[in-house]
Design a protein around this ligand. Structure first.
Ligand code: NAD
Ligand code: MLT
Length: 533
């Protein structure tokens, strides 16, 4: 395994990875060198300096993992990586406290003009009244984005006597109440806050979240702290608002362009700045390096990940819970496709019973991989299965109900192509996979590597005729299951056999007068192995 670390990185992380891999540490690599050399590596680790563009990903023939030492993945083309089945992971917890402390440092400096007063005194001035500040006590702090860092900032701000209000469209009122702050609309936050601090990711929907219009809505004399990403604020609009005095001050750790070039904000007295220092503490750098190194090695070894950005996280306890169902879901996807075909518009997975309270997305993905593997080959994996399904026009739905009918856990896969629809259901019996329903047939199929699936009219002699034919063809039958809709009605038979069946033999089965349909199903080997990558 060969890993490239292309940004400054703590030695503890390098040391950890060198136990398992060859690590090239090239913190000054140029974009041109990266483009030229990336095809040698299985994994790439970056901080924010390296831009992992679509062009880099396109030529990265061997690349399987991109690790980001830090939180923001806005310097990585995650969509392109997903399309190519490359895992993108970050180390989201390691710098939370450092970034939150830095935001608080900026908040206090901003309220008391510490940076400006420091420079003035060092210039030999003794100018006290110019640097009169404002108290934080009893002031309102508006936190935009209350994830890891925003929550820590809110907690610290409350201990300073501030009233904290927050805007985050993705958290529930319950969660915010537990954390002890009031959630408000974006507009209310802008109008009510004395200080605003940003703690959300930069992406196409959050770009210039604070622009000219938003700045005119602020409470007169409000101040802004940005310790998240430069692009969240329109710098030109902020500059104007600061010059006009509608915004009293700003503290910025991050910029639209880093390092900032000809940024007018740097010339303003009511702006204080730091060069993206939020995560730059000894503790945070060691934490993120160790976390990302550990995750990259786990990803290369195919082990479950906790911080992948484009794959559902499988915590050890989650894996223990859903793990036994992953092969079943994979087998169902594969079985469905081989029996009913892959041209579908919609796939719906319904989880009923106890399983409904487990994390379901890994199971849905496992089923999709089983299904798509027959169409696109082994290139489909946990990372790109949803993307491939979507790009083929397949809508994937997931529903669940804790209601228990015949089985304590049941997975049902229904797929539709226009008017045509089929479904199969599966469960675990004493830990063993069973497909217990195929359309209206109730049957207990034991998934095996090679299976002959036939339908016929239930009458004496059918099983004998097929058995004789297979005997003559030297195909050994390992076991058999039968299911029927009613006595002497339509029936389904599944025979587990020991080897692949030739097309000629299958045609002979199809041509038997007693047979309605015959399909030969070959289950992917991985269904029966621990390695479900
Ligand atoms: P997080 O994922 O835990 O929290 C982000 C929060 O933003 C989430 O709760 C999410 O719901 C919310 N959010 C998303 N879109 C939103 C929107 N449109 N409006 C309001 N809220 C929205 O991430 P985190 O660990 O708290 O980090 C936040 C950001 O801080 C990162 O994305 C990164 O860019 C930045 N960061 C900067 C530094 C630094 O050195 N200055 C260090 C670490 C992180
Ligand atoms: C992050 O997103 O983790 C921070 O911006 C820190 C960094 O890039 O080093």
């Amino acid at each position: 395994m060969k890993i490239l670390v292309s940004d400054k990185f703590s030695p503890e992380g390098l040391e950890l990875m060198r136990k398992d891999a060859d690590v090239d540490y090239r913190p000054d690599i140029t974009p041109e060198e990266l483009l030229k050399d990336i095809d040698k590596y299985d994994a790439l680790i970056v901080r924010s300096r390296t831009k992992v563009t679509a062009g880099v990903i396109e030529v990265a023939e061997k690349l399987r993992v991109i690790g980001r030492a830090g939180v923001g993945v806005d310097n990585i083309d995650v969509d392109k990586a997903t399309e190519k089945g490359i895992i993108v992971l970050n180390s989201p917890h390691g710098n939370t406290i450092s970034a939150a402390e830095h935001a608080i440092a900026l908040l206090t400096s901003l309220s008391r003009n510490i940076a400006q007063a420091n420079s003035s005194l060092k210039r030999g001035e003794w100018n006290r009244t110019n640097y009169t500040g404002v108290e934080l006590n009893q002031k309102t702090l508006g936190v935009i984005g209350v994830g890891r860092i925003g929550s820590e900032v809110a907690r610290r701000a409350r201990s300073l006597g501030m009233h904290v209000i927050a805007y985050d469209p993705y958290i529930t009122r319950d969660h915010s109440e537990k954390l002890g702050f009031e959630t408000v609309s974006f507009e209310d936050l802008l109008k009510r806050s004395d200080f605003i601090t940003l703690h959300l990711p930069l992406n196409p929907t959050t770009h210039h979240l604070i622009g000219k219009k938003e700045l005119t809505m602020l409470k007169p004399g409000a101040r802004i702290i940005n310790c998240a990403r430069g692009g969240l604020i329109d710098e030109d609009a902020l500059c104007e608002a600061l010059q006009e005095g509608t915004v009293a001050g700003a503290a910025l750790d991050v910029f639209e362009q880093e390092p900032p070039e000809s940024c007018k904000l740097l010339d303003l007295d009511n702006v204080i700045v730091t060069p993206h220092l939020g995560a730059l503490t000894k503790e945070a750098q060691t934490n993120v390096a160790l976390q990302v190194s550990d995750q990259v090695i786990m990803a290369l070894k195919g082990e479950p990940l906790v911080s992948a950005v484009n794959v559902p996280a499988l915590l050890p306890e989650t894996r223990a819970a859903v793990g036994p169902f992953l092969p079943l879901a994979r087998a169902m996807g594969s079985f469905y496709l081989q029996l009913f075909g892959g041209s579908v518009d919609e796939i719906e997975l319904t989880y009923s019973g106890n399983i409904a309270s487990m994390p379901l997305s890994p199971l849905t993905l496992s089923c999709l991989i089983g299904f798509l593997q027959h169409i696109v080959g082994d290139g489909v994996n946990w990372v790109n299965a949803s993307h491939i399904a979507k790009s083929r026009g397949i809508t994937v739905l997931e529903t669940s109900t804790t209601e228990i009918k015949n089985y304590s856990d049941l997975i049902t896969m229904r797929a539709r192509s226009g008017e045509r629809e089929h479904k199969i259901s599966g469960t675990l019996l004493n830990g063993d996979m069973r497909i217990v329903r195929v359309d209206n047939y109730r049957i207990e199929i034991v998934p095996a590597r090679y299976m002959l699936v036939t339908t016929h009219n239930d009458r004496p002699g059918v099983v004998g005729k097929i058995g004789t034919l297979l005997g003559n063809e030297d195909v050994n039958i390992a076991s058999m299951q039968l299911g029927r809709k009613q006595a002497r009605g339509e029936a389904m038979m599944v025979l587990q056999v020991d080897q692949e069946m030739s097309k000629e033999t299958l045609d002979k089965v199809k041509n038997l007068d007693v047979i309605t349909t015959a399909d030969f199903v070959v289950m992917p080997k991985r269904v029966f192995s621990e390695d479900l990558t």
